[in-house]
Design a protein around this ligand. Structure first.
Ligand SMILES: [Cu+2]
Length: 114
């Protein structure tokens, strides 16, 4: 292969890899948090903005998942054992506190990297 062809091929490959890494960065990650024995497991999570968190009730009692974090309010209402909900963390909040309206000692702290 001629040197110029080699250079063009190399540049094309670099560009393709660059585009691939941009696409890979934009792809949201999915995390799963369970509720077990009246606790969120894990109770802390660090994610990137736009990532998805699935909250699943693995307990033998209902929970009521809510966030009173000012710019990221949500209320999943009563969540029965075995039920799960998906939350997309598209928020400018850097720390979201997820609690339970039934069991006020339950707390999940989600750090959202911007
Ligand atoms: Cu609860």
């Amino acid at each position: 292969m001629s040197p110029i062809r080699t250079a063009i091929r190399s540049a094309a490959l670099t560009l393709a890899l660059g585009l691939f890494s941009v696409a890979a960065q934009a792809e949201p990650a999915t995390y799963t948090v369970t509720q077990k024995n009246g606790q969120y497991v894990p109770s802390t999570l660090t994610i990137k903005r736009g990532d998805i968190v699935i909250i699943r009730n693995d307990d033998n009692q209902p929970h009521h998942v809510v966030s009173y974090t000012p710019h990221f309010l949500f209320d999943l209402d009563l969540q029965a054992p075995g039920q799960e909900n998906k939350i997309v963390f598209d928020t400018t909040e850097k720390l979201v506190v997820v609690s339970c309206d039934i069991h006020h000692n339950m707390e999940l702290l989600v750090t959202v990297q911007q």
